[in-house]
Design a protein. Sequence first.
Length: 361
Amino acid sequence: MILDDVEAVADRTDFAEVLAGVTHRATPRNEVVARADAAAAGRLDSALWERLVGEVGVLGLAVPEELDGAGATWAEIAVLMEQIGRSTAAVPALGAILAVEAVTASGDVAARAELLPSLLAGTVIGTVWTGTGLTADAEGRVSGEARLVVEGGHADVVIAQAETDAGSAWFAIETAGASVRRHEALDLVRDLATITFTDAPARVITVDVPDSLSNRLRDLALVAVAAEQLGVAEQALADSVEYASVREQFRRVIGSFQALKHLIADVATETDLARSLVEHAVWAAVASPEDLPEAAAMAMLAASRAAIVASGENVQVHGGIGFSWEHHAHLLFRKARSNDFLLGPPDRLADRILSTHGVHR
């Protein structure tokens, strides 16, 4: 569990158990493949999403209590994303959480009052796009193309920067009336879409330093996806151990074979390393913002490696059934591979880490 060696560990353990219980009740393990197929066709898991938002209040976790949030931190959000990675849930959590963070961190009192209630209640699904190419006219109407928007197919509003006559500014852009083209994604439960805006209604969000908000959202997105990758690695490892403990060949459980023991031990080592770096990144997000850019990049690289290794070996451990579409192993494999490039090429993260130490490739 995220940050299991610091303050409030008992509360986070309880929270993780609540999330696991809600997820398993709304989406039993024997239904995840069918729900993933539905997500690939553009349908989110409404039953689970409504419970997470309405009963658990996940969208307000890192929002201060004075803004009607839970007053928790990004440590709790990381616990949520870890569970989403484990369950391969078809919910728009990543984009929605980042949209709430963008509005909260902006410091714009009026925007908070206008936008947060509906975003926190889930009646409006938000997402964030940090690319370039959008423009806004004097009336605040936005035009341009936003490519590969995470949760773009489900979003009612996109929080993004657009160029104005006075420079770059942040806007909450309505998607009603926009052209939305969904993309076929490797990760069946990850919604990606290109949205073309033409004079779309938008509300300006006042931010003192627009680029600083963009950088913060970029780093927090890395932390969130790294936590999701950690969940993928942990679930793949658990599935491998469980199957190796019951599957028999030559009248012996396959987990007793030395080659398989070494394989699973290697996966466990990768996963433990990933957990350490994800926890460090979460600590930076909560307590040390100056360390966040490097910590987030390191966590993402390590967690993606662990997720790719663990999910790939999980398919191998399961043998023939692991290669079938009817088994859920491919959902973990797809998510691990897709997440690796979701926020940009891994090489960029490596370059960022090296540059903080004065090393350039």
